[in-house]
Design a protein around this ligand. Sequence first.
Ligand SMILES: [Zn+2]
Length: 258
Amino acid sequence: MAKSSVRIPPGLLGELSQENNKWFEFYEKHPNAPKTKSYRKKVRYFLEYKGHNQKPFYSFGEAEVNNFLDMLKSAGYNRGIDTFISAISKCAKILREEYSDIFPPSFLSSISKSRKNEASESSGEVLTLRQISLIKKYTLEQGDLYEKYIFENLFRRGVQLESLKVVEKIDFDEDVDFIYKANQYFKKLTSHLTEQGEYAKTTYLNSDHFKKSHQAYFFPCPFCQGRIENIAENWILVRIEFDDEYRLVHAACKDNLK
Ligand SMILES: [Zn+2]
């Protein structure tokens, strides 16, 4: 699979100044720095952003943070901005503690206020059957491996977007940013549905659409505790001798009926 590390339009990033590079390397090697490469890379993007890549890091404040976050939003990060904020916030804490003579206590200390609190965002709706089947077809026929994986997990398994990368190990690049991948995928799906006349809103689809659709189209099975999609081959009508009624039962679990 091709490397796919461009997450921010490349024209927006520039060289780090020598001094900022030194700070970044210090942070990266620090024992308290996050182990995940993609997480540390978020701090690097923040430093490389052309709006301020030549300014000394210790002089960064609210303006630098806000400009950077605005740029992320216009680059397609509808969600995932909070992980940038926590990455930058952890880095700032390390530098404040280790180099208190250079990084004042106020250095990026209020950055958490910029959080959007994405977890509480619930703007999606249950997708219609027509939308679901267009999305399935599109993903199977035109989607890349990542998109199929995202669809499979969000819709079929009801996994949260945030936990995608830790779900299982597949042959993906170590530092794939699934939130970014998913946002790109949602954008594509939004234009596909719009072109097909099946979506009329101006906002993009988001993971909440998939979460709510999973809950709506997958029924719980009382025998195996799984959530099973509501397609005919998964369910059968069964009546057992002491019951007067036929019941809809998960086909794979029918032998467990007593
Ligand atoms: Zn079952």
